[in-house]
Ligand binder design. Structure first.
Ligand code: HEM
Length: 363
């Protein structure tokens, strides 16, 4: 599947580019059918292909795989809306009822066969298929805030975090220099370090981090962020376990015993809460809305036609949800499209996580 024949994305890409043009005052350009916005990051010129190139330069090119969050497993299930989210958004996903979802659990990083490490950021992408053909796509992570506030900083941080071939760890001097230049990232890292990761995927809370704007049926707009809050503990880790795929294996085994669930919780921003900066948490006492329950019924080995071939572009939003002034989602949209277009044209090899194999090995 290519970017071009995904109807939701074609619309979205145009919208995103229009949004970029509006923000920068510079016309955005499509080059070779790939979303590349000109000057969207200001001088020096930084484009979506620079980002994709940087992932490849730092971690190698892994044909057919995502340039980030390369290791993953596909999933399918449903979202049962409570109807309560309609208070802030007219999006049909928040009306009472059930929508099918396609999802993908992942580990951040560009290596499709990296060894599972509980400290690696975990991701969950979800596509809600809504009545009337609309979609909501969101890609969330298990950390409380994002470590950077701008695409430029993310680009710099990638280089600073480059593992030293000798130690396999980032060069501390490069990381210190990055944090000295980015006090907002230093502050975010403190918040992230104070919230150690849970045991596994099944007990992870996945958060949007970026703020979005919800509009209700009366036209009233409210800033929101959202989280998926787990309904189960994770399987206790094997005390001696150091298996290469231990986090994914545990998830596959747990999902094989019955559905896994997460509550979708909307956090309602108050006037003055920052919407432009994903490094800044909102005060802990902000009102929340229990919008419904996401149920994952089964996991699937990545394969043609499942979540492998979806771009969980966070700017694909249903009517009733819109982008805020946060610069990250627009940049993410362009970079994800670049990654998607590259991987869609490359030869494929099997994914590290083979669900049938994990279940077979368990028995
Ligand atoms: C400028 C900032 C960012 C850049 C450049 C970036 C880059 C990327 C890229 C290249 C991909 C692979 C896309 C594909 O091939 O489909 C990806 C996937 C992903 N990103 Fe980001 N990302 C950014 C920010 C974020 C943020 C803020 C979050 C979460 C709040 C996030 C969560 C994810 C997740 C969960 C996936 C995997 C989705 C899937 O399974 O397809 N990213 N990112």
């Amino acid at each position: 599947m290519t970017q071009e024949n995904e109807p939701g994305l074609r619309l979205n890409r145009r919208d995103a580019l229009l949004g970029l043009a509006a923000v920068t005052g510079v016309a955005a350009a499509g080059v070779g059918g790939v979303a590349v916005a000109s000057d969207w990051l200001g001088p020096p010129r930084l484009t979506a292909s620079h980002f994709a190139d940087r992932f490849e330069q730092l971690y190698g090119r892994h044909d057919g795989f995502r340039r980030n969050h390369a290791k993953g497993v596909a999933a399918a299930g449903t979202f049962a809306s409570s109807g309560a989210g309609s208070e802030v958004s007219k999006a049909s996903v928040f009306a009472s009822g059930t929508s099918p979802v396609i999802a993908r659990f992942s580990l951040s990083g560009s290596l499709p066969d990296v060894a599972d490490d509980p400290a690696t950021v975990r991701g969950l992408g979800v596509l809600f298929q809504l009545r009337g053909g609309q979609q909501w796509r969101t890609a969330m992570v298990n950390i409380p805030v994002f470590p950077v506030s701008t695409p430029e900083a993310f680009f710099e941080q990638l280089l600073a975090a480059k593992p030293d071939p000798a130690t396999k760890k980032p060069n501390p001097a490069a990381m210190s220099a990055f944090l000295a230049a980015h006090p907002e990232s230093a502050a975010a890292m403190k918040i992230i370090k104070a919230a150690p990761p849970t045991a596994g995927f099944a007990d992870s809370t996945f958060r949007s981090l970026n703020a979005f704007l919800a509009t209700d049926s009366n036209g009233r707009t409210t800033p929101i962020r959202w989280s998926l809050v787990p309904g189960q503990p994770a399987d206790p880790p094997d005390p001696g376990g150091n298996a290469h795929d231990k986090l994914f294996d545990a998830l596959v085994e747990q999902a094989g015993r019955g559905p896994l669930s997460w509550r979708l919780v909307l956090t309602v921003g108050a006037p003055g809460d920052p919407t432009h900066d994903a490094t800044l948490p909102w005060p802990a006492d902000r009102r929340t809305i229990e919008a419904g329950v996401l149920t994952i019924d089964h996991l699937l080995t990545e394969a043609p036609g499942n979540a492998r071939d979806i771009n969980f572009d966070p700017t694909v939003l249903p009517d009733g949800l819109a982008l805020s002034d946060d610069p990250l989602p627009r940049a993410r949209s362009a970079v994800y499209a670049q990654s998607f277009n590259r991987r869609a044209r490359e030869p494929k090899s099997p994914s590290e996580i083979n669900v049938e194999q994990v279940i077979h090995d368990e028995h």
